[in-house]
Ligand binder design. Structure first.
Ligand SMILES: [Zn+2]
Length: 113
C-alpha cells in the first residue's frame, strides 16, 4: 500500500490517503482497481461525495475499517450499535453523521443529551 498526500476539494486541505494494492482475484479475472482510502475522514468532511475516492464518506469509513489499519485518525464516541447489539465505537464525520467502526453501519448522529 502506498501512502501519499493529496489535496481534497471536499475539505480544502492536504490529507493523507492510502492507495490499496490491486487485488488479483484469479488469473482469468480482471484486476480490481486499487482503492483510495482517505485517512483523515472526519468532522471537516462536507458529508457529500468524497472527491478523492469518488464515494460517500460512509463508504470511505467502511473501507478504512475493512483495511485493518489503525483507526486512531478517527474521532470516535462510544455508543450502542443496534446492528452489533453491543456498545461500539462510532466514527464521527460529515458534521452530522456517524459510522460504527465494527460493522460499518452509517447513520445520522444521535443527539447528545
Ligand atoms: Zn455496529
Amino acid at each position: 500500500m502506498i501512502q501519499q498526500h493529496m489535496y481534497c476539494n471536499g475539505c480544502h486541505r492536504d490529507v493523507r490517503v492510502l492507495m490499496t494494492d490491486p487485488v488479483e482475484e484469479d488469473a482469468q479475472a480482471n484486476v480490481r482497481d486499487p482503492e483510495l482510502i482517505c485517512l483523515e475522514i472526519g468532522e471537516w468532511c462536507n458529508g457529500q461525495l468524497c472527491p478523492l475516492g469518488a464515494s460517500a464518506p460512509s463508504a470511505m469509513v467502511t473501507r478504512l475499517i475493512h483495511s485493518g489499519l489503525p483507526l486512531d485518525s478517527l474521532t470516535t464516541v462510544r455508543r450502542f450499535c443496534q446492528d452489533c447489539g453491543v456498545d461500539s465505537d462510532f466514527a464521527l464525520y460529515g458534521g452530522n453523521m456517524e459510522s460504527c467502526v465494527v460493522c460499518g453501519t452509517s447513520r445520522l448522529r444521535l443527539k447528545a443529551d
